[in-house]
Design a protein around this ligand. Sequence first.
Ligand code: IVH
Length: 686
Amino acid sequence: MNDTRAARIASLRAELDEHNYRYYVLDDPQIPDADYDRLFRELQALETEYPELISPESPTQRVGAQPSGQFATIQHSVPMLSLSNCFNEQELAEFDGRVRKGLELTDQASAVVYVGEPKLDGTAVSVRYEDGLLARAATRGDGRNGEDITANVRTIRAVPLKLRGADLPHVLEVRGEVYMPLKGFRAYNERAEAAGEKTFVNPRNAAAGALRQLDPRLTAARPLAAYFYGWGVIEGWDLPETHSELLKQFRFWGLPVNPLIEQVEGVEGCLDYYARVGDRRANLAYEIDGIVYKVDRLDWRETLGFVSRAPRWAIAHKFPAEEAMTILQDVEFQVGRTGAITPVARLEPVFVGGVTVSNATLHNMDEVRRKDVRIGDTVVVRRAGDVIPEVARVIPDKRPAGAGVVTMPMTCPVCDSEIVRLEGEAVARCTGGLICQAQLHGALVHFVSRRAMDIEGLGEKLISQLIASGRLRSPADIFTLTVDEVAGMERMAQKSGQNLIDAIERSKQTSLARFLYSLGIREVGESTAQALASHFGKLADLIEAAEQDLPTAGAEKTKDRYPRLTAVPDVGTIVAGHICSFLHEPHNRAIIERLQACGVHWPDVDVKQDAPGPLQGKTFVITGTLPTMSRDEAKALIQKAGGKVSGSVSGKTDFVVAGEAAGSKLDKAEALGVAVLTEQDLKAML
Ligand code: IVH
């Protein structure tokens, strides 16, 4: 009996190890997490029943040890070094020069082969395997002595408890980086914040903190991962000739190696790699702060040796810092195209992410309060990739006495109209509409943009001048401009004026989708505009649908609202609400009419009238869990067949489709005598 149990245990372990390997090393998982968990629980149950069959390398034994009082010191048999840095092409070329000189390479034509590796922003570890089993793990410490974090490292699923394969070194000490993937980092912080606990400033601190937990169960609860990139000791196994071959071997043994690692040639190859990885940096699942280049040939490394605490054969090429400290001098409020008021920090200029930044967004007042930003504070500014610079956080210790509290003005800084903040929205808005020059400017810039009305030659500066001169008060005014008027503006002349007027004339012939998009209705982007145009065909039909959809007192539940507009693919109740209120606003309707009166026109769109479906004119309510389809699927099928789907049962309901655990709607249907269908019945009708 025990034999078959032992065999099952062994096979479950092998299977789980294999899935782990596919997941962490090959990045090619074969089964869903739930299946993994099922196998895991089966193994756990068997091991509970037969504790004598438990072995330390079983996948269930990652979190074992009780909290240790403190970490023991481990002396590294080979010191863990650090890297020297370079920050630009010149310094990189100097490094390559030193390598070539050290190797006495005189042939200018032959470039040194390096290995380019992302420089992970985590915390360095050394992990020792003895005869294939994880024996010990240590932090870098001061490079000579680290702390024994074996129990904590065992909890990291990316770190194998047992190496794969037969031809294993007797001793293998691998070095790598433990890191916290960004997704896990953000989720961790969100949870910590909701629970009122301490959050981490960055994933590096989070990873380091997790590894230094005295209770390994706490480490296990943090989402950590690891990549290996070097070694300290290898005994009983012959080293290959190159670092890249060794990394390949790491993967065979089941040790995760960063898939972005590549062989590159010479300075040029290094720079190209730096640029390519740099481009991908913002989309990586983890943080990196630079690139490491390492001489690939191991015998050359031997020749080059070390200077003080860093190897001569490797260098880190750092990315420009994405965060920098500066002083927040003032907070101003900017008004966007839709009236959104954004607090903007005016900063003492600071070099960050490769550019000088003097303004940074504070997003909205909730953010200002959450970060407790005050005027005069020392703040950390962050600019990652192409994103807008933002104030990431305040350094509270540096707050001067009397630092000014930031308050939202009551009225718009541009037009003095009232500022309102709707319930449930983080953003406050100016109510001035097109009276507000800031909103007008934004609306006009959008209106003329390439994907909207596509009026070439009407740039932001010219728009500002025409607004200032009082000549543009609404998009419709564009179509009344004359050559002389525009030719009289700064940096314009008769010829450019004529070109602009020609472009305006040409733009009058447009499409319904472009026209709808150019109106700048909140959350109506190009694809929504396209969907509205295809669905309604005519502007008049869209306006009529919006009027009929206007919320009435009866329809209090959001899901019952806007039935006509939400019948358009991709239009939900929020977008439908924006469309309704925009089209219901008399001055917006006046602008539309004026635009058409000025000659803006488009062909009606053929609305593909499918032959009336079998459910034409029928109203359905779906309730409970259907046996084979989701409610959304059922809804889509009904709509496709011409039927309507409503959220509540009333006298107008023709059918209620009821699944399992149908509640009050079914009761109401029965009370009202509405026909009740099963999913089967519905399918038959379709
Ligand atoms: S090699 C002897 N490779 O950077 C070479 N280090 O500044 C020692 N790091 O302590 C390190 N990614 O924590 C190396 N691909 C990589 C790395 C890397 C991150 C960290 C590591 C090390 C520090 C050195």
